[in-house]
Design a protein around this ligand. Structure first.
Ligand SMILES: Cc1cc2nc3c(=O)[nH]c(=O)nc-3n(C[C@H](O)[C@H](O)[C@H](O)COP(=O)(O)OP(=O)(O)OC[C@H]3O[C@@H](n4cnc5c(N)ncnc54)[C@H](O)[C@@H]3O)c2cc1C
Length: 388
């Protein structure tokens, strides 16, 4: 019998294992992961962005922990004195508003962000154009720039965290969970696709976009679906500003990647199914005109590669679902639905899950706002303003 069986070894699963073992190195933790090279996990294929530009204080605080966690990553995840490699680019986030209602949200969020100690600069069209001359700004009403925000290498973070959790004593079982045994209202064990069973005092469903399948095996439905996200890497010969993560709230986002840039298309029209290839025509029809509108130098660009992976999209309110589901086994915890902001919140969410297991309560940061009761009680609690 393991103390904790963690299903899924992406950032949420590994972060939970890491925080559990940091608190209690004697715990018996087992991670079940069929794909430890992370060919399909969102964690390894994400955009890697970490920002404090949220509207909910809990999300800002989670990102602040994410900032500290990833900045300390090389030393904190060192094994036998060998630092973990993690590329980190602290080049800021820029979010652009072109509509009055966006300005209203942005202004309210700015006040909260500053009250929580975040460095955020507000721009009008004129000051934005001076700061980023490559941008078209004649339709811009307001923009915010958070210079301390960053992106990281998501693959390095995912692999480094799992490796560290294993070095701290977590067992890794290369298998897929295909069943969950419940008895007397308690989750007892998971059944694996190799025919074996693993028993645990606690079971954690950290399977991201696959989490709904496992919840269904236990007997409840979460309002989470895989949302195909098509990612395109492109290059341009034009000289443009040193952008960080840049988001035009109406149209398109991009960030530098290697010698070029990366941009995403959300496929809401096919939400609910897994799709592993990007559609090239869609880039030309949808992204390119919008990119060239915001940065005229992008008139000339070349797509070099593309792929498709998935948000665990919470259709209810776009936010994380954390903890036990009301009326279901209290020792079956879930963490899913963080849509496009889960990488930056995985450190805080893993710490929170470790507290639910070791202390039966949130201790360092109260994340009850993201509890599953809000779904059952029909109290959606979405972010205000820009969401991902
Ligand atoms: C294109 C894209 C861009 C993104 N950009 C950002 C960003 O800039 N900033 C940000 O904060 N977040 C971003 N995100 C979101 C973030 O990547 C995710 O929220 C986060 O990585 C989810 O981590 P996870 O561990 O829950 O899921 P995953 O990383 O998907 O891991 C789940 C794991 O569970 C395993 N699994 C599945 N089924 C089973 C089973 N039955 N048994 C055992 N294991 C199983 C899978 O193999 C997988 O490894 C982005 C996501 C995408 C797709």
């Amino acid at each position: 019998m393991h103390d904790v069986v963690i299903i899924g070894g992406g950032l949420y699963g590994s972060s939970t294992a890491y925080h559990l073992l940091r608190r209690d190195p004697g715990l018996d933790v087992c991670i079940v992961e069929p794909d430890p090279g992370f060919e399909h996990a969102a964690s390894a294929r994400s955009n890697g962005g970490v920002r404090i530009l949220f509207s909910q204080a809990e999300s800002i605080r989670m990102s602040q922990y994410g900032h500290a966690f990833y900045a300390a990553f090389p030393d904190a995840m060192a094994i036998d004195g060998e630092p973990a490699a993690l590329d980190l680019f602290r080049r800021g986030y820029l979010i652009i508003a072109t509509r009055p209602e966006q300005v209203e949200d942005m202004s309210a969020n700015l006040e909260l962000q500053r009250s929580l100690g975040c460095r955020v600069e507000a721009h009008d069209a004129e000051s934005l154009s001076a700061a980023f001359p490559s941008l078209r700004t004649d339709d811009v009403r307001m923009a915010v720039h958070s210079p301390d925000d960053m992106w990281i290498d998501p693959y390095g973070a995912t692999v480094g965290l799992l490796r560290k959790a294993r070095a701290m004593g977590a067992a890794l079982r290369r298998a897929r969970v295909v069943g969950v045994d419940i008895d007397g209202g308690i989750a007892r064990s998971v059944r694996l696709d190799d025919g074996t069973t693993l028993a645990g005092e606690w079971l954690v469903n950290a399977t991201g976009a696959w989490a709904p399948e496992l919840c269904r095996l236990v007997g409840f439905d979460v309002p989470v679906v895989p949302l195909p996200m098509m990612a395109y890497y492109f290059e341009t010969r034009a000289e443009i500003d040193a952008f960080g993560v840049t988001i035009d709230q109406d149209a398109v986002g991009f960030r530098p990647e290697g010698a070029g840039y990366i941009t995403l298309i959300q496929r809401l029209d096919i939400a609910g199914r897994f799709q592993w290839e990007a559609d090239h025509d869609l880039f030309e029809e949808r992204s390119w005109p919008r990119l060239a509108h915001r940065v005229p130098a992008f008139e000339s660009l070349k797509v070099m590669s593309s792929y498709c992976c998935h948000y665990a999209m919470n259709r209810f309110d776009g936010n994380l679902l954390l903890g036990a589901w009301p009326g279901e086994p209290e020792n079956f915890l879930i963490a899913t639905g963080a849509s496009g902001h889960g990488l930056q919140h995985a450190p805080a969410a893993g710490r929170a899950l470790s507290e639910l297991i070791l202390d039966r309560a949130f201790c360092t940061l109260d994340l009850s706002r993201f509890g599953c009761a809000r779904v059952v009680e029909d109290r959606p609690d979405p972010e205000r303003g820009f969401t991902a």
